[in-house]
Design a binder for this molecule. Sequence first.
Ligand code: ADP
Length: 750
Amino acid sequence: MFWNNFFESTNWRREKWVLITLIIGLVLTSGIHFLSQKSIQESSMFEFQLERSIILENGLKNIEKHLISLDNRLQMLILTGGNNNIQDLDKFRKEIYAELGSIKSKVEESDSSYWELDNAVQQKIEFNSLILSNYKNGDASSLVSMFHQNNVISSNFRDAYDQFYRDHDLDFTNNFESMLRQRSKILYINNIAYFLGFSFLVFALITLLRSIKKRMILEENLILSKEQVVHNANIKEQFLANMSHEIRTPLQSIIGFTNRIGKEKLTEIQSDYVQSIELASESLLRIVNDILDASKIESGMMRIEEVPFSLPGLLHSVDSMFQPKVANKDIYLKLHPGNDLPEFLLGDPIRLTQVLINLIANAIKFTEHGGIDVYPVIKDRHDQNFTLQITIKDSGVGIPESKLPHIFDRFEQADPKVTRIYGGSGLGLYIVKELVNLQDGRIKVKSTAGQGSQFVIEIPYKITTDIQGMPKPSRELVLMKYNFEDIKVLVAEDNLMNQRIVGMLLSDEGIEFDMAENGKVAIQLLENNSYDIILMDIQMPEMDGYSTTEYIRDNMHITTPIVAMTAHAFAGEREKALNAGMNDYISKPIKEDNLLNLIAELAPSNKKIVQSSQDPAPIFRRTKASSKSPDELFIDYNYLFSSSHGKRKYLDKMLNLFIDQAPKEVFAMGNCLKQGDNKKIAEIAHSLKSTVGYVGLQSNFQPILEAIEEQAKENADTEVLVRLHEQLNNLVNLAIDKFKSEILPIVGKP
Ligand code: ADP
């Protein structure tokens, strides 16, 4: 498989020449090695043979020399008639035998030319002994003929000598020359092979280097494009987060106001319209929330908590939430809890609620007759660990079998008509599946078209008895009004407008607070006072919110709940704040409901009294259309009125604060511009973002403030900053004029 792909790939086709030259180079190098080995072997063979030849030749020559000496001594002895040299003759004989012995050791036992030589030498020695004994016996007459015969025996020896010489190839010069010839031939082949091998290897090396260079460029491009992809993903994520935020804020106003209109006395048709607006805006809000959740999941920002929660409580809340809906549709929703369901579990109640809400909402959406049954049961219990299985069974339209395998994919719907008839984006089941997976669980679906569907989730949990730190019901699910007693809050915030607004919101609720303009002051206040909650701005001069929190947690060991306040609406901002040791996160511009619900959640239980939900009487109605005015300044009246909950005093204070504060900040920015203090310019621009947010001016001011912040951070041309500052100044003046002429007169009226 791997090799198939390997040889089919384009890269292989490009790289094959490198491989071929490498293989040839390797073959040639192996050839060189083989030839060198052969040449070494032959040299040592030759040396061995040479040594043997020298020994044999020397032996032969010595035998011949000793035989001649023997003959000469014998002749001398006979001619001089003495007896002196008889011992010498023995000495020569011994030496001849010694030489014969050494020759024998170098030849094989069956070597015939050796035996002929041996024979001839023996004959010669024996004949010499015969001559000597005749001489000693005084038989002079036979001596002459014997010497003649001795010559014949000598020539026999000579023949045997020559035969031996030939048979053993003792011609040294000839052998040496042939060896030299052989050697130079091998050397020649070696050189050619070496040259070719070297050339191929050099070629392979060059091609390899070129391919490495190409690969490096490719890798660099890959890294660049990966960074680009990550960058694009971040931009997408930021865009989604910003857009969701931007859409949700006005949407919440629409829902809020529609809700209030619904409570007025309306004609039947008006009431129908209001209901339609309510339904449409709720489904739009759900889509926006789904998109934000999906983007969080995709960027790995979705955090799963492990906290104690009441399972029956959670099931009951979800059930009560849907009862009015099923009653409206004339179908039923029935909970069938298993007998042995534990009371308290360790896990993420918010994510479990989200999964159940999605599945039950779908079941209700796609069921017209009959109803929905929910079966929570325990499975695979081992001590405190078990799997919670919840089956949601409906008798609705069902899902065709062909669609089932893809039903959990993003934007997948069983039928194209679904969106038209029921609404929805096809993201719900994808989010459900991802949330279940993130909790180490699994989800299955069974369905028959026309007969209903059955979704089964299985999530592992731990049973617990330690219910300290159990979270309160989700802020989105429950609308409550709180009364706070003896609660003291520390607010760390540098922006004057923010300071006053948070201060106003807290004072309205009778909550005591201290204000710190940066992290350092907050720490000083904490050294001498104790608080129930700390509201912490993130971006502050001297010491920012993150370092202040770290100091409070790590050095002062204070565990008071800390809530981050930031103007960023990016996904992951909450997680970042939690990682830094904070308990929660609230985005600016701060809304009264959100702030109070958060305080209610985090305040000690003995210091708050929960009251029933209450709608403040509406004081304001929109007096003018809020579309863009001719001078292009857009005030988000919806936001302005909903955030003030229609309280005239609050709105009046807020607008006057802006009229007082904003020009001062713009003026300060102008001074910094003259001094070239870009850092301070960026800080003022950032701080102005939340100032304008409180008075519904975000859409006009956001782009220009962001541009100033960015340009100042990048130390852009002063001219650009001067131009932007001028535009900002004009916008602020325009806004102040509008507030003075359009809104303040209405607010001022009783
Ligand atoms: P949405 O409901 O927003 O379209 P979902 O991801 O929640 O998106 O669901 C995807 C599709 O799966 C739905 O459009 C619908 O066709 C089908 N579906 C989901 N739940 C049910 C159900 N209980 N009964 C029938 N069809 C369902």
